[in-house]
Ligand binder design. Sequence first.
Ligand code: BGC
Length: 445
Amino acid sequence: MVKASDFGSDFLWGVATAAAQIEGTATQHGKGPSIWDTFTAKNGKIKKNHKLDPACDFYHRYAEDVALVKYLGFSVFRFSIAWARILPNGRGEVNEEGIRFYHHLIDECLSQGITPYVTLYHWDLPQALEDEGGWTSFSINAAFNAFVTICALEYGDKVKNWIVLNEPFGYTSLGYMLGIHAPGKTGLTNFFPAVLHTALAQADGAKILRAEVANANIGTTYSCSEIIPYTESDNDVLAAKRIDCLMNRLFVEPTLGLGFPTADWDVLEKFQIEYGTWRLQERMKFDFDFVGLQNYFPLTVKYNAFIPVIQAWEVKAKSRKKPHTAMGWEINADSFYNIVTQFAAYPAIKNIIITENGAAYHDKLIDKRVNDPERIEYFKLYVSALLKLKNEGVNIAGYMAWTLMDNFEWAEGFTARFGLVYNDFKTQERTIKDSGYWWKEFLKT
Ligand code: BGC
């Protein structure tokens, strides 16, 4: 049985959250609307037409929630700053109440002995900026840089650990190519400019932090999935390679000075030529102190000529009769091991932190208890794979479970529960799940 102490005493154990998913108070206390407020206001976009507000009412309950992080035994709390709470119009006038809120939250963490890891962008773009084109518009970069500068100057004395972006591939693909997430845009003509401006933002933001925050530990996060060809046929192997370029390599390689992975997918070569991205390669570089990896599933892919551009298709875990979570995501700790190994092989990556990993199940609160043995099993498997990576010399500095409490799971609304703590969305009563207690015991070992 793996013990927390096997990882060494300086290993970081944390829980991760994101502003839009928990805070609520979306339109009060000076906050401007974000693209998620607009998106969820439209019927038919979110499961059961769930609305974003009040989510977990974290805005008012943050002190109790930080106390829960502490009670469970974690030493790190990852949260994000809602851009539109600081700058209701995306740029310009600052909302002092918003500034104060994050001071209080940070102070609460520090006074409880919890280290804050602060994400600057976890998908909740101010709507005012989306009205100018959002991530597709060149104007986003100056606005983002101004926002980062404000946060760095305001909180940099107290917060040393920063994450510039949360999963750039997640929001550019789901929000600007597939239209499943806010702002609901589709097509490559939205996706590619969003990719370019995002790749610039991740390096620009990091450089601002480096300049403004003394002794900062600067990272950014990437979603990652092992991509497994369905068969060994050339067609399937090449399809897997294309998906790997898109899902795993697209954003990390520009920061490492490698540019976009054009050699392995001709569509990226065309993007590079059309948008002249090679001219910006120097600006996209940054020597991050750590890279945050977030893993939820591997992807098994098959060649399919009928799928435009990518010509690949996922063969779902369910149809392959593989164990999966309530999201339909395959449970496969070996694939977690493999994809972290893939990232660790880039010589320029100095340190890795697993900044998200977790599972959704159909939890039920019965007699004030949530019995979730599947989630416990899930964490046991992934923590064992993590130890194997560490023992083999991969430079992993920490692990953050997704997520502290059940919350607004984007397009799934409140229907997908990922928390270690159950939330009753009517009463906002929190109940620690058995998996939360499992973590508490594990962290003592
Ligand atoms: C995101 C989280 C999300 C989780 C589960 C990650 O991609 O960063 O915000 O809730 O996955 O879907």
